[in-house]
Write a protein that binds this ligand. Structure first.
Ligand SMILES: Nc1ncnc2c1ncn2[C@@H]1O[C@H](COP(=O)(O)OP(=O)(O)OP(=O)(O)O)[C@@H](O)[C@H]1O
Length: 201
């Protein structure tokens, strides 16, 4: 279970939010909503352990994430807004590099099959700087297919995807939750998946 307890965040000199409580259990997902600049990405960064809260605590399976950082890293897949793709690497190399950094290198055959499944066959030898915005997002979908993580923290994952990409991502999320996974997702659009809780910043 992921818990945020009385979380507060300050960016620069500016308090963004305070007193935020959240809980996500197996099979559940949380939709983080709010206007531009409300602090959605900042909250996701706290949940991913990339920056510390000004106040409060993030807990994973009952422990503060600072006390279980290796276990938390291997249970977590964080996909930021920009996706953290390296422009000069191919889609395949990006997924292999991300897997190596996560300490969970996927077999190459799995990566090739995931890239095919998300519609990037014939594009997997190109540096990602030559891919369209939606194709770059699809590289991240392939990463989600090859990285077994219990918790997905996804910042605007639907951005730039066409209708087929949106339904592919929805299906991935649905299957992840049905498998007992958890997800925290920001999106300015409604997300077509049942049983989500909402957190408004
Ligand atoms: N490192 C930083 N230093 C100073 N201010 C920052 C920093 N990071 C973010 N901010 C500010 O914090 C506020 C919240 O940013 P954040 O990216 O969390 O918003 P958001 O809700 O995700 O917005 P959007 O919907 O536009 O993506 C913004 O005003 C932003 O300029």
């Amino acid at each position: 279970m992921l818990c945020g307890i009385r979380l507060a965040c300050v960016r620069g000199e500016r308090p963004l939010f305070s007193g935020v409580d959240l809980a996500v259990e197996r099979g559940q997902w949380l939709h983080v909503r709010g206007a531009n600049g409300a602090g959605k990405t900042s909250l996701l960064r706290l949940l991913a352990g990339l920056s510390p809260p000004a106040q409060g605590e993030v807990r994973w399976q009952g422990k503060p994430i600072a006390d279980c950082s290796a276990a938390y890293r291997s249970d977590l897949l964080f996909l930021g807004h920009q996706g953290a793709l390296k422009d000069d690497l191919t889609a395949l190399e990006n997924i292999e590099l991300a897997g190596a950094l996560d300490g969970a290198s996927p077999p190459r055959a799995d990566v090739v099959s995931a890239l095919r499944r998300v519609g990037l066959q014939g594009r997997d030898e190109l540096p990602v700087r030559f891919l369209s915005a939606g194709q770059k997002r699809r590289v991240l979908l392939a990463r989600m297919l090859t990285r077994k993580a219990r918790l997905w923290v996804l910042d605007e994952p639907f951005t730039a995807l066409d209708a087929k990409g949106v339904s592919m991502l929805s299906e991935l999320l649905h299957d992840h939750l049905a498998d007992g996974g958890m997800a925290v997702v920001t999106s300015h659009q409604p997300i077509p998946i049942a049983d989500g809780k909402a957190l408004d910043l």
